[in-house]
Design a protein around this ligand. Structure first.
Ligand code: ZN
Ligand code: ZN
Ligand code: ZN
Length: 138
């Protein structure tokens, strides 16, 4: 029983089911954002719908955020501690490597929200930077 996983679920008021624990454990082991297809491949015994529902709950509860990788796929990545239910604070760009295809969070880079015209309300700022990651540039 992994205490880090249980604690993370508890903090976000998510009932710990074996599936949820499995999915969260997978994310804690990965450095790059994961797509649904990658999760399916990593968990051959789980079905797609269950994995998808788990991802949806995690996004709603502020455990994962959705990442557009700029190559047409939706991926998911772990949130920072500041995220909570219905309120994400992942104001960082994502980097998509065109060589290895991995997408990572650039947590250390802060995205400044653009100032919007009157009447517009901001809920999310998304930026994907494409290029070559340090591993592939070597
Ligand atoms: Zn978040
Ligand atoms: Zn790369
Ligand atoms: Zn991110």
């Amino acid at each position: 029983m992994n205490h880090r996983i249980l604690h993370a679920l508890e903090r976000h008021t998510i009932r710990p089911t074996p599936m949820r624990m499995l999915v969260l454990e997978h994310f804690l082991q990965q450095r790059s954002a994961q797509s649904l297809a990658e999760l399916e491949a990593a968990m051959p015994r789980a079905d797609r719908i269950t994995i998808y529902r788990t991802l949806k709950v995690f996004v709603e509860k502020g455990v994962l955020h959705q990442v557009e990788d700029g190559a047409g796929a939706s991926r998911y990545a772990l949130c920072q501690d500041a995220c909570e239910e219905g309120k994400h604070r992942d104001f960082h760009p994502h980097f998509h490597c065109t060589v290895c295809g991995r997408t990572v969070c650039l947590d250390a880079v802060h995205l400044t929200a653009p100032s919007l015209p009157a009447g517009y309300r901001l809920s999310e700022v998304e930026m994907t930077v494409r290029g070559v990651c340090p591993d592939c540039a070597r």
